[in-house]
Design a protein around this ligand. Structure first.
Ligand SMILES: [Fe+2]
Length: 259
């Protein structure tokens, strides 16, 4: 069965959340009521050849083609192409049914790719937004270079179910610890260390301060020249964040977390 259909039909138990990883920082979250929220969908090979001398060809297959993606809330953490991909957005067939949420530069891309203004909602750190049974609060992120200075993370809350903090691409800052106040159950964190992102060591320190139940590494799998072994994060997590469980997701396979 096509993955999008599988996700639409997947039953989510009470007080739980189901997650699917599509590669890099791309996830689909399904709430108990069936609302689908995506973050940082990269469903093309558009980064291939973007930076001469760096191999950014796609390693993970496209598990859902853009025209099949059918989510209720489409969120982006910042305007780099592996997070706000204009080619993915251009190819979406459900532009008229989803809400599009992201910092202003991502909103500009939504608009340029044919999303109508009424469906675009700007987000920024500390702004709280609600759609159906999903609420999301913008979190601080430190830009990784001067090509985009509007990075952010999100803390998603699914009804009374679990809370998930997605770091987005971010350099290290103690301000990342401020998410501790929101008590997320899961932290999904970059670990690649390249291009000024958190290293596995810094990511483990962030988890040690925020103290989620579970940490999921991301952004290490997509590009040949920006890959690391997530087991390094598993090791540092056990040293720097004892008590936080480690979970590696398998691309395209559901993972259910109970609060
Ligand atoms: Fe990235």
């Amino acid at each position: 069965m096509a993955l999008m259909r599988e996700i639409r039909e997947f039953p989510v138990p009470r007080n739980a959340i189901a997650l699917w990883w599509l590669g890099q920082s791309g996830y689909i979250f399904k709430s108990q009521e069936g609302t689908l929220t995506s973050v940082d969908m990269y469903l093309t090979d558009s980064c291939n050849g973007l930076q001469p001398g760096i191999d950014l060809s796609r390693k993970v297959p496209v598990l859902i083609p853009p025209e099949e993606l059918d989510v209720d809330i489409y969120t982006c953490t910042h305007n780099h192409q592996d997070h706000t991909d204009p080619f993915t957005i251009r190819g979406l067939r459900n532009k008229d049914t989803a809400q599009f949420v992201g910092p202003h530069p991502s909103c500009e891309v939504f608009r340029a790719q044919g999303v109508e203004s009424g469906r675009i909602v700007p987000a920024w750190p500390a702004r709280r937004l609600e759609f159906r049974d999903v609420s999301m609060t913008g979190a601080f992120a430190l830009p990784t270079d001067d090509t985009d200075l509007n990075h952010m993370g999100f803390v998603y809350e699914f009804g009374g179910g679990p809370k998930i903090y997605v770091t987005g691409d971010t350099d290290f800052s103690e301000l990342l610890f401020s998410v501790e106040k929101q008590k997320p159950d899961i932290v999904i964190t970059v670990i690649n260390g390249g291009f000024n992102n958190l290293s596995h060591w810094e990511a483990a320190d962030v988890c040690g301060r925020i103290k989620p139940k579970l940490a999921i590494p991301c952004h290490y799998d997509m590009f040949p020249d920006n890959s690391v072994d997530p087991k390094q994060f598993r090791a540092t997590l056990s040293l720097r964040a004892p008590g936080v469980s480690y979970q590696e997701l398998v691309h395209g396979k559901p993972y259910v977390f109970w609060k």
